[in-house]
Write a protein that binds this ligand. Structure first.
Ligand code: UDP
Length: 319
């Protein structure tokens, strides 16, 4: 296939480029570098099967030649208000990438008779009242909350995707991505793993927000990409959760990072770094991914963190 990936220079987009090129496809990357980095795709510069367009997907997009599939991964994605690249500080771009960007990609998919895969998110469940989160749960999102620019844009994007599927018969997929980590994360984006692993490698105390009792479930990027590619190759049109179902508190997560890195600086608790809308629990129910795609994650947290450390050390310039 000839596959367009928006957000190709981002953390997930760049890993998808690698995986799909590895599967023998031709890949067209698109990114405007608002949150993505040219470094993430620099290794593809001489790959004959890779081409790249610097574009903002919220404007009309055009790609010469036939396109067989479009994966829409362009969006700011970090919720941390302290980060310049988080959606808190890019609110309008975030809504435009999720809403207008999805519309443009669906329009292109329709004219090209291409399949379309939307990168959606566990954030569509908001601060969930159903646990673990199953795809049939409709979520608990505040439309005027500080996370709304991301959550509601992705909810709109899911609705638009289903509308194009039902009304225009576009061959669509929706993946709901849960917390993911690995090499090529932006060390400055303020999310839990970049913040905590960077602090640990620098011998600093890890900043745990609140009492650290809130939970997340962390998936290694290679597992996630494997699930997304399986979904792309499947015929499933309804949303599928992809994420690691092993739930832990953020305090346990921080302690694991300190243990693996041998960091003796401990933990510091920070009260007001996040909005009151920080979801208290998050864990994917991956029954559908298992049954439909025969997918389960394989990399455990310790191994995943060990595989992430060399990239962080390189970025931090430490041996
Ligand atoms: N978190 C933290 N310390 C940090 C960064 C994040 O305790 O330095 C917490 C954050 O409050 C949240 C969890 O880690 O409860 C995951 O945050 P992240 O920004 O990775 O994404 P989210 O899962 O909230 O979308």
């Amino acid at each position: 296939m000839r596959i367009l990936i928006t957000g190709a220079a981002g953390f997930l987009g760049s890993h998808l480029c690698d995986q799909l090129l590895g599967d023998g496809h031709e890949v067209i990357g698109m990114d405007n570098f608002v949150t993505g980095s040219p470094d993430n795709i620099a290794h593809l510069a001489n790959n004959e099967k890779f081409s790249f367009y610097k574009r903002d997907v919220s404007n009309y997009i055009f790609v010469p030649g036939k396109v067989d599939a479009i994966l829409h991964f362009a969006s700011p994605a970090s919720p941390n208000p302290l980060s310049k690249s988080g959606y808190f500080n890019l609110p309008i771009q975030t809504m435009k990438a999720g809403a207008l960007g999805t519309h443009n990609c669906l329009g292109l998919a329709r004219t090209q008779d291409a399949r379309f895969l939307l990168a959606s998110t566990s954030e569509i469940y908001g601060d969930p009242e159903v646990h673990p989160q199953v795809e049939t749960y409709a979520g608990n999102v505040d439309p005027v909350g500080t996370r709304a620019v991301y959550d509601e844009a992705k909810r709109f994007a899911e609705s638009l995707t289903m509308a194009y599927h039902r009304f225009h018969n576009v061959n669509t997929r929706i993946v709901r991505i849960f917390n993911t980590y690995g090499p090529r994360m932006d060390l400055e984006d303020g999310r839990a793993l970049p913040n905590l692993l960077k602090q640990a490698l620098l011998g600093q105390p890890l900043t745990v927000y609140g009492d650290g009792g809130q939970t997340r479930s962390f998936c290694f990027v290679n597992d996630l990409v494997d699930g997304i590619v399986k979904l792309l190759y499947s015929d499933e049109h309804f949303p599928v959760n992809i994420g690691n179902p092993i739930e832990m508190t953020i305090l346990q997560f921080a302690e694991t990072i300190n243990k693996i890195t041998g960091n003796k600086a401990g933990i510091t608790y920070i009260d007001d770094a996040r909005s009151a809308r920080d979801p208290q629990r998050r864990q994917p129910d991956i029954t559908r991914a298992h049954d439909i795609l025969n997918w389960v994650p394989k990399v455990d947290l310790e191994e995943g963190i060990r595989r992430t450390i060399p990239f962080f050390k390189q970025k931090l310039g430490i041996a």
